[in-house]
Design a protein around this ligand. Sequence first.
Ligand code: ZN
Length: 81
Amino acid sequence: MFRCREVADRADRMIDGELGTWSRLNVKLHLAICRGCRAFVEQMRITAEVTRRAGESEDLVLSDDIKAALAQRQMRSGRTT
Ligand SMILES: [Zn+2]
């Protein structure tokens, strides 16, 4: 089973549906027993949702919080580990 760090590294891809079956299964197993990672993945999911909505609406004014979340997300997804 994955450890917390491995789950965190894969959260982005899982939310985007880019994770393979085996990795997804391992993440789900970990989330079943780890509250911290559940909260983390939920937060990532919300960020992904906001990102998608921001892309759909050009008139949307982004708050500093959301901008920071977006920047962090881009940094994470740009990493190749
Ligand atoms: Zn964990």
